[in-house]
Structure formats: structure tokens, C-alpha cells
Design a protein around this ligand. Sequence first.
Ligand SMILES: NC(=O)c1ccc[n+]([C@@H]2O[C@H](COP(=O)([O-])OP(=O)(O)OC[C@H]3O[C@@H](n4cnc5c(N)ncnc54)[C@H](O)[C@@H]3O)[C@@H](O)[C@H]2O)c1
Length: 254
Amino acid sequence: MFELKEKTAIVTGGGSGIGTAIAQRLRKAGANVVIADITDETADKAKEWGCEFIKTDASRPEEIKSLCDAVVKKHGKLDIMINNAGIASGRPLSESDEVQSEKYWRLHILGVQTGIKEAAARMTDGGAIVNISSITAIQGFLNWGEYAATKAGIISLTRTAAIEYGKAKIRVNCIAPGIIETPMAMKEAPDMVARNANLFAPLGRIGTPDELAAAVHFMASDDASYITGQVLLVDGGWSVGTSVQAIELAIGTM
Ligand SMILES: NC(=O)c1ccc[n+]([C@@H]2O[C@H](COP(=O)([O-])OP(=O)(O)OC[C@H]3O[C@@H](n4cnc5c(N)ncnc54)[C@H](O)[C@@H]3O)[C@@H](O)[C@H]2O)c1
């Protein structure tokens, strides 16, 4: 079950957090895993995890293209593409500017769009593409407007790609994390982030990168063979409604 032997996978942004958990999990399931990250430090870590590393800026279409070419040259094929690389820093829309907005667009929209296009072009016998969006794409999130808009675009790309590549037996799905304990989420105010998750997620806690990787693994495997174009929220239930903790706090019983 969830077997990935003889599959070849690319994980963008695999040098940290969720991407690392995904890369390690796919590797354990038997896949050849190529981590594509912008940081040089990832090279040694990838080797330690039994993965390969190709330094890639996933916001640059020409680098994604040469990444996919290099993987197919070495492994003869590409079966799984995980478009995970992301950047984030929250601020109100009143402080937004085109420099930062364009960075989000280049990585989350152009990067994912190119990742889908270049990977699918090399998936000669079907394949699975999993894009990482965010709960902020599903519901309004204070101070996350610039970021969230591009994460919503990833859902749109996923749905169109599922239609366009269905005939080629390529499934395209999306995982939308809630708050997951990674360097990205914890870099600014870790206590506040954890308290928010404890309060707003019905499960009453922050998520782990491994919990996210489990969902990605399922979507990438043949066990998800009839699922395409879908968005799976891995958010401790945050998006479905107000948690008991929040209600109790609001009415003063906590
Ligand atoms: N952690 C959360 O709570 C959370 C919530 C919702 C969505 N996400 C999404 O999950 C994904 C992973 O986030 P994370 O929390 O693991 O973050 P992280 O910062 O821990 O890891 C991100 C990785 O992406 C790499 N990266 C950044 N820019 C890149 C580029 N241009 N090209 C290649 N690699 C690049 C970084 O070097 C890093 O290794 C992101 O897309 C993020 O938006 C995270």
C-alpha cells in the first residue's frame, strides 16, 4: 500500500519543513527522490536522507525545465512532481507592494504552473502531480492577503491541469495545509502561531510536517488512482467551522 518502488519523484523546496518530510516519506516508500531547493545547504542533507539534490530556483521557468530534463536523463522517466516550494511573511494589504507581490506570483503561480507543465510533458506513462496550497486560499486570513491570493491561484491551476492532463493519465491534486510546525510558520511569533492553532483548529493543536507528508504520499500513490483535481485540507478541521475552544472562550467559560 502506498508503494512507490521504481517511481521517480521531484520535491521542490525539500530542504526544510514540509518539503523535507515529503521527500523523506517518498524515499521510505521506495521512490527515487530528487530534492530541488534554492539553498546550497540542502545538498548534504539530501545525501543523508538517501535523496538526490539539484539546486533550483523554482520561481525561474528555465531552471524548472532543466531540473526536469536532468531527472529524466538520469532516471529515464518522471512519475511524481511535488510543487511545494514557498515563501511567506504576513502583513496587511494596506502595506502590500508590487515587489513582494511579484515574488509570491513568480514562485507560487509561475513556478507551480511551470512545474505542472514541464513535469507533465515528461510523464510518458501517466503520473501524479501534487501542489501545495494553503488554508489561506480557502478562507480570509488577517494579514495574509498577498500570499493567500497566489495560494488560491494554485487551486485554480490544479483544477484546470486535472482536466487538461486527465487523458494522459496524469492526476493533479492539491493539499492545503493549515498551520504546520515548520521554520516558515514559527519564524516570527512561534507562541502566537501555536496558540492560534490550539484555539482555532477543532483538533486543538498545530499540525506536524509528517501529517502533511502522509496526505501528499497518498495523493502521489496509485492508491489515489481515481482522484484528480481535488483540494485536500490538512488543517485539524480549522476550515470547517468554529472550534469548541473558541466558542467557550467567546462565551467566557474558559
Ligand atoms: N508551515 C505552514 O504552516 C504552511 C501553511 C500553509 C501552506 N504552507 C506551504 O507549504 C509549503 C512548504 O512550507 P514550509 O512551512 O515547509 O516552509 P519552509 O520555509 O520550512 O520551507 C520552504 C522551502 O522552500 C525553499 N524555497 C524557497 N524559495 C524557493 C525557490 N525559489 N526555489 C526553490 N526552493 C525554494 C526553501 O529554501 C525551503 O527549503 C509552502 O508552499 C508553504 O506556502 C505552509
